[in-house]
Design a protein around this ligand. Structure first.
Ligand code: ATP
Length: 267
């Protein structure tokens, strides 16, 4: 697809070292601008590797990655990232943790100095959007795991990234908090419309949130199947208990099961 926002083209990635793992091979996918795509697959199939490749943290051994029309040759400043571990800095308040990327991402650094009040207002608005109004001056260790993950989501969004990469962001949370945060993320995506790549092991999460779900094969990972999610938005949690939703989750479960068959000769 030539007008894709993210284009991964025939990528292979072998981790460094004499016996480095071939994590990805013949991996091709594209994501349209503003699309929400979930990536699921067996454990160790290369999902996190794929995310690091798209953000330019790692380079492919073969093939190429294009984001927003440019070949990715180094870490992307238009990407926001959140991982399973919120990794907030314990000595900074919630507000200062959210503002952190602006101190690091180049084009924002000087602007932050000049327009600190405007950026603080933006951080406060984001914290309110995820239900953290009133917690701006607390420290991370004064928050629950779910609250820390909300703050981490705000930190990923503060520089208004065109691309949001989420690697199992809710994996460590209890099911109620996780479900609550699904709705928060849906709201964030609906109001800001970043292009999203979400890695998850939770198929309900994938179907509730995504426009399209990509299923990766066992290592070396490639896209083995994809399904478009037909349900209208906004999607409510109750919808996850309908037969149609259950059938789609069941189909994906079968696809991931089939993808676990390790191809012959995989290193
Ligand atoms: N920094 C690294 N150096 C060497 N090998 C690595 C590195 N990171 C990952 N690997 C290997 O690459 C393969 C893919 O790992 P990756 O973390 O991308 O899989 P994953 O699908 O995200 O796994 P999981 O679902 O269990 O989180 C694994 O075999 C792993 O051991």
């Amino acid at each position: 697809m030539s007008n894709a926002f993210v284009q991964v083209d025939g990528v292979a990635l072998r981790h460094p070292g004499a016996d480095g793992t071939l994590a990805l091979e013949h991996c091709t996918l594209s994501v349209a601008e503003g699309e929400f795509v979930a990536v699921v697959g067996p454990s160790g199939c290369g999902k996190s590797t794929l995310m690091r490749l798209v953000t330019g943290l790692w380079r492919p051994t073969a093939g190429g990655v294009v984001v927003a029309g440019r070949e990715v040759a180094g870490p992307l400043s238009i990407a926001g990232m959140a991982f399973q571990n919120p990794s907030l800095l314990p000595w900074r308040t919630v507000l200062d943790n959210v503002l952190l990327p602006l101190e690091v991402v180049k084009p924002h650094r000087s602007r932050l100095r000049r327009e600190r009040a405007a950026y603080e207002a933006e951080a406060r608005a984001l914290l309110a959007l995820v239900g953290l109004a009133g917690f701006e001056d607390r420290f991370p260790w004064q928050l629950s795991g779910g609250m820390q993950q909300r703050a981490s989501l705000c930190r990923a969004l503060i520089h208004r990234p065109g691309l949001l990469l989420l690697d199992e962001p809710f994996g460590a949370l209890d099911v109620f908090t996780r479900e609550e945060l699904w709705l928060v993320l849906q709201e964030v995506w609906r109001t800001r419309r970043p292009t999203v790549l979400l890695v998850t092991h939770d198929l309900r999460e994938a179907v509730l949130l995504a426009d399209r779900v990509l299923v990766m094969s066992a290592r070396p990972g490639r896209i083995a199947a994809e399904r478009r999610v037909p349900f209208p938005r906004p999607r409510a949690l109750e919808g996850t208990y309908t037969p149609a939703f259950g059938a789609m989750v069941g189909e994906l479960r079968a696809l991931v099961g089939a993808a676990r068959e390790v191809p012959a000769g995989a290193a």
